[in-house]
Ligand binder design. Structure first.
Ligand SMILES: [Zn+2]
Ligand SMILES: [Zn+2]
Length: 179
C-alpha cells in the first residue's frame, strides 16, 4: 500500500523555501467504523509546503471519495469530501509539545519525506456527516412495510387519526364487526 508521501526534496534543507505539490496515495485503515465503505483510496492532496525553520508547514486540500450508508434509506452511496489540511510537521521522534500557532495540527516526520496519510484520515473523519443522506430529498423507508420509497411506492395506508383518538378508533372497528 502506497501511503500519501510528500517528498521534500530541496526544501528540507533550506529555511524559507516552499513548493507546491500534488500527491496521491492511500490512507491506512480507511474503514471508518459504522459508516459503510469508508474512504475509497486513493486520496489526492494538493497544496503548498513551506520550510518555516521550526518545521515544514503544509497547507493543502485533500479530496477523497467516501462510501457511506444513508441514514434514511440505509443504502450505500458514494460522495466526495474535500477537507483542508493545515499541519506543521517537525523533524524527529514524536514528543509531547504544545500546538503550533494558527490552529494548525502538529505532527512528526523523519528523513526526507512526510507521510500525510494520518493527518488526511483524521480530517476526513471529522468531515463525515453524523447522519449521511444519499440525497437531500431521500424519501427513506416506509415505516410499515420497509420498502425503499426512492425506488417504488407501497400500498400502505396511514391513518390520520392520532394516538389520542386510537381507543375511539378501536371502538368504531368493534362496532363494525358486530353489525
Ligand atoms: Zn437515502
Ligand atoms: Zn409501505
Amino acid at each position: 500500500m502506497a501511503l500519501i508521501e510528500l517528498e521534500l526534496n530541496d526544501i528540507n534543507d533550506h529555511v524559507g523555501d516552499s513548493m507546491e505539490f500534488e500527491v496521491s496515495g492511500d490512507v491506512s485503515d480507511p474503514q471508518l467504523p459504522g459508516i459503510g465503505q469508508g474512504v475509497i483510496n486513493p486520496v489526492t492532496v494538493k497544496g503548498v509546503a513551506i520550510n518555516s525553520g521550526d518545521g515544514i508547514l503544509v497547507e493543502a486540500t485533500a479530496d477523497a471519495k467516501v462510501g457511506l450508508i444513508c441514514s434514511r434509506c440505509l443504502e450505500d452511496f458514494q460522495t466526495r469530501l474535500s477537507v483542508p489540511i493545515s499541519c506543521e510537521y517537525r523533524k524527529g521522534e514524536a514528543v509531547e509539545e504544545s500546538r503550533p500557532e494558527g490552529g494548525r495540527e502538529l505532527s512528526w516526520y523523519q528523513g526526507d519525506s512526510i507521510d500525510l496519510s494520518g493527518e488526511v484520515r483524521d480530517q476526513l473523519l471529522l468531515e463525515v456527516p453524523m447522519k449521511p443522506l444519499c440525497d437531500e430529498k431521500c424519501r427513506g423507508l416506509c415505516s410499515q412495510c420497509g420498502i425503499n420509497l426512492n425506488h417504488q411506492g407501497c400500498e400502505c395506508v396511514f391513518d390520520d387519526i392520532d394516538d389520542r383518538l386510537a381507543p375511539l378508533k378501536t371502538l368504531l372497528k368493534e362496532g363494525e364487526q358486530e353489525e
